[in-house]
Ligand binder design. Structure first.
Ligand SMILES: CC(C)(COP(=O)(O)OP(=O)(O)OC[C@H]1O[C@@H](n2cnc3c(N)ncnc32)[C@H](O)[C@@H]1OP(=O)(O)O)[C@@H](O)C(=O)NCCC(=O)NCCS
Length: 332
């Protein structure tokens, strides 16, 4: 099974580093040199993860030539659902008119898309469903502490979606590698808003409902885990990093991507980067990058593509896939 259609959507409002300079003790130069980020997108206050997800999904379905009724399942990877209940996936299912689909959210922070792909693949592989819609969608600007310059400059809003369906022999998803280390949970977290400290608990500052991060710890973790996860997925597929045609890591920081690619031994010409224009869109990041890479002609028939996500949990996930023509992937 493999990707038979894909699409992405970002809100139109661009927030540049210069704009952040006016409200925060930071500089364009600091943000660019430490992260590679030039700008990010911000959703209007009435736009939520489901809205971005629906737009990306409509594009992916049209690209696949698959109707909403043909979907057996919708998985939305998100850490910023519209509401605690119902799930964002159910909102998407209703808006798409996917009347034959089950739907659920999957929260593995920024690894959410890689995990969602891994789960979605199983249903197609076993023949349980012909088509599964996998979406990564986040409005990270909603969980930012806009006074914390160490985090709020890094994130943005966006979504991407893929339709998974039957693939030709030797094509599509070849291997999956998932991992987690809960001992590092405190280094990237949103402490309040769940069962431990519900909204409305007296005396809890607003910042506890926002993303908090130990930047240096996460940086070190990311650099080592990206390379290890990618190498594990590639090796499970019986291949080596030399075989990788396009490496699409989670877009968090260009210095992380650069260091991880060097560790893995994949030159930057074979790495896709768009963090400069979108920042870290969490679950949106990988499908947004994959979709843009294809638009730019960077994804070719027969290419070995490796996707690697990492994030809170701590967690990580990698998917190795052989890109095939849609006709081959999705026989009539
Ligand atoms: C956040 C990150 C960019 C910080 O870069 P860094 O080189 O480690 O910088 P430091 O944390 O050492 O901070 C250096 C200084 O810059 C300051 N600083 C932090 N953010 C700043 C900003 N936006 N503008 C200006 N200065 C800033 C710090 O306060 C610190 O000042 P001090 O030395 O006076 O205390 C980096 O650690 C990182 O990218 N970590 C991973 C984050 C990530 O990807 N998270 C998501 C994973 S899914």
């Amino acid at each position: 099974m493999g990707v038979v259609g894909l699409g992405h959507f970002v809100p139109p409002r661009i927030v540049t580093n210069q704009e952040l300079e006016s409200t925060l003790d930071t500089t364009d130069e600091w943000i660019r040199s430490r992260t590679g980020i030039h700008e990010r997108r911000m959703a209007e206050s009435d736009v939520c993860a489901s809205d971005l997800a629906v737009e990306a999904s409509l594009l992916a379905l049209a690209d696949a030539g698959v109707s909403p009724e043909q979907l057996g399942l919708i998985i939305v990877g998100t850490m910023t659902p519209d509401t605690m209940l119902p799930s964002t996936a159910c909102l998407v299912q209703h808006r798409l008119g996917a009347t034959n689909a089950g739907a659920f959210d999957l929260n593995v922070a920024c690894s959410g898309f890689a995990y969602s792909m891994a789960v979605g693949c199983q249903f197609v592989r076993t023949g349980a469903f012909d088509y599964v819609l996998v979406v990564g969608a986040d409005t990270m600007t909603r969980v930012m502490n806009w006074k914390d310059r160490g985090t709020c400059v890094l994130f943005g809003d966006g979504a991407g979606a893929v339709v998974l369906g039957p693939a030709g022999e030797g094509q599509g998803v070849l291997s999956i590698h998932l991992g987690a280390d809960g001992s590092g949970g405190d280094s990237l977290c949103v402490p309040a808003g769940g069962g431990r400290t519900p909204g409305g608990t007296p005396g809890v500052p607003k910042s506890e409902f926002c993303l908090q991060m130990h930047g240096k710890e996460v940086f070190k973790f990311a650099v080592s885990v990206i390379g290890e996860a990618a190498a594990a997925a590639v090796s499970k597929a019986g291949l080596t990093p030399d075989d990788v045609d396009l490496f699409i890591p989670h877009q968090a920081n260009v210095r992380i991507i650069d260091a991880a690619a060097r560790r893995l031994g994949v030159p930057m010409e074979r790495v896709f980067v768009n963090v400069d224009r979108f920042g870290n869109t969490s679950c949106g990041s990988i499908p947004l990058a994959l979709s843009e890479a294809r638009e730019q002609g960077r994804v070719k028939e027969g290419d070995l593509i490796v996707l690697v996500g990492f994030g809170g949990g701590l967690s990580w996930g990698a998917v190795a896939m052989r890109w095939g023509k849609k006709e081959a992937l999705c026989p009539a």
